[in-house]
Design a protein around this ligand. Sequence first.
Ligand code: SAM
Ligand code: SF4
Length: 314
Amino acid sequence: MTDNYGRTIDYLRLSVTDLCNYRCRYCMPEEGVCKQSHNAILRVEECEEIARAAVACGVKKIRLTGGEPLVRQGILEICRRLRAIDGLEELCLTTNGSLLRELAKPLRDAGVDRLNISVDTLRPDRFTQITRRGVLADVLAGIRAAEEAGFQNLKLDTVLIGGFNDDEIGDFLALTVEHPWEVRLIELMPMGPCAEWEEGCFLPGTVVLERYPALKAVDTQGVTRRYRLPGAQGTVGLISPVSHNFCGDCRRIRVTADGKLKGCLHAREEISLRGLHGAALEEAIRRGILQKPRQHRLKEDGSETHRTMNQIGG
Ligand code: SAM
Ligand code: SF4
């Protein structure tokens, strides 16, 4: 379906939980999520019903996210049910990778086509520091398990944080020489716990190009500008939601773990999908697409949403 600004909307990011086994400092408060709001989480049947309605409205790709989608009970059942939807071309999942050692193969068998794995640092001590509890070795084992399970074109997502991991940009780029992965460096967005962090933490993606002029532009895929180092097997993606407004190319809608449709990550407007079925559900999704704002005003006004990333589904 086309929105009011001529954009084709064919990509749904569906958050299946707001819970997470990590507490990344920029994403979640240390104490975790409020149990009361967690009770309102979509049931497996509701996830399927919303996904079916979205596909009927023109969605071709669904990404499951969270919170951490792999801590969600019934995640494999959700994957199986979504994969069986006629007209859905791609089922993807974004994960912190911590549970992939056990779950990569079952996810593949449940029909997941592609995985994005988030890893913000390649140094074990820093990893535990930024996630407040994670162990880097688990994620690295998860990446290996994903490859062994047959996932190809893995994407590794790294949020660039000035003063924390910008001295590791070269290490991340080096991964693409050895592996056929897309390593994506993402600008930190000032929202939730990091909204008040000092300015130096927020680096524009252009620092990567300034520091590594050997990177050659390849193409643009959606909101990602892709580059390659000479002779590298993989690519480097730059995602710059703050410095480079890419809203004109945005094809996404989002559904939060408690069933609210959002046309934009940063918008305050939400449409509750719970309790809606059939034509009424599809009508609500179409309304949400038509209400999708032209662009966010992150740079000028900050994020308007009251939610943290784990609630919306990053
Ligand atoms: N738990 C899963 C994970 O970490 O991949 C999925 C959910 S997480 C919210 C999705 C992505 O959002 C992660 O790559 C995370 O680093 C990113 N993210 C969270 N807060 C962010 C922020 N303020 N700016 C940019 N990216 C952010
Ligand atoms: Fe959890 Fe992902 Fe947020 Fe980190 S970024 S706290 S892994 S939801």
